[in-house]
Design a protein. Structure first.
Length: 239
């Protein structure tokens, strides 16, 4: 089974691509959704957060008060790191569990929708990396419209993230969402068709001979992890 990492910049259209893929019955593992699941009442994640930040971080119904927690960690890097140290491992284990579930279910591939795929280093564990991009002007315009924010506020959010151009350097596949929804849908259709053609026969071989599937997965991971980090490679060239 091919594990695909899907990412992009804020307001680039990653979620739109994810929805289009889901509409084609392609399994989607949503990191943002799992980040909420792992801190539901009764979970180890929530218990650790309460232990670290106190019981006042909970709402009356026992759910995490995300707004209050956000206010605490927003301008405190030390506390933000403590929160990430609790949530990120839990999300990664949850993602792994779902990947295994899809593999056992004999899926051809599954897509991991991860906003911080590149920043968190998880790209090294993907069989393929897909980056959704759009022009800087389009991204700014969409963000302002989506959040009803000023240009200054939108630029501040964009500048706090890794630029899309840098994420593209890690991509095996780039989907350009600078155009219309119809154009985006056509690109996704073409991508899925190509994907089916490329891995169709390999999937059947792996289905009949599971060890081939396991060997292929290990080979893809090893080869990706042995690749130089794009950012470092470019930095080395400029020295």
């Amino acid at each position: 089974m091919l594990v695909i990492g899907l990412t992009g910049g804020i307001a680039s259209g990653k979620s739109s691509v994810s929805k289009l893929l889901k509409a084609k019955n392609i399994p989607i593992v949503d990191a943002d959704l799992l980040a909420r699941v792992v801190v539901l009442p009764g979970t180890k994640g929530l218990k650790k957060i309460v232990k670290e930040f106190g019981p006042d971080i909970l709402q009356e119904d026992g759910h995490l008060n995300r707004k209050k927690l956000g206010e605490i960690v927003f301008n405190d890097e030390a506390k933000r790191k403590k929160l990430n140290a609790i949530v990120h491992p839990a999300v990664r284990w949850a993602m792994l569990s779902r990947v295994i579930h899809h593999w056992v279910g004999s899926e051809k591939y599954c897509v991991l929708d991860i906003p911080l795929l590149i920043e968190g280093g998880l790209w090294k564990w993907m069989g393929q990396v897909v980056v959704v991009q759009c022009s800087a002007d389009t991204q700014l315009e969409r963000l302002m419209k989506r959040d009803n924010s000023t240009e200054e506020e939108a630029l501040s959010r964009l500048n706090s993230q890794l630029p899309i151009a840098e994420k593209v350097a890690y991509a095996d596949v780039v989907i350009d969402n600078s155009g219309t929804p119809e154009e985006l849908s056509a690109q996704v259709d073409a991508y899925v068709e190509k994907l089916d053609n490329e891995i169709g026969m390999l999937w059947w071989i792996g289905y009949i001979l599971p060890f081939v599937s396991i060997f292929t997965a290990i080979w893809m991971l090893v080869s990706r992890r042995c690749r130089p980090t794009p950012g470092r490679t470019q930095a080395d060239k400029t020295k």
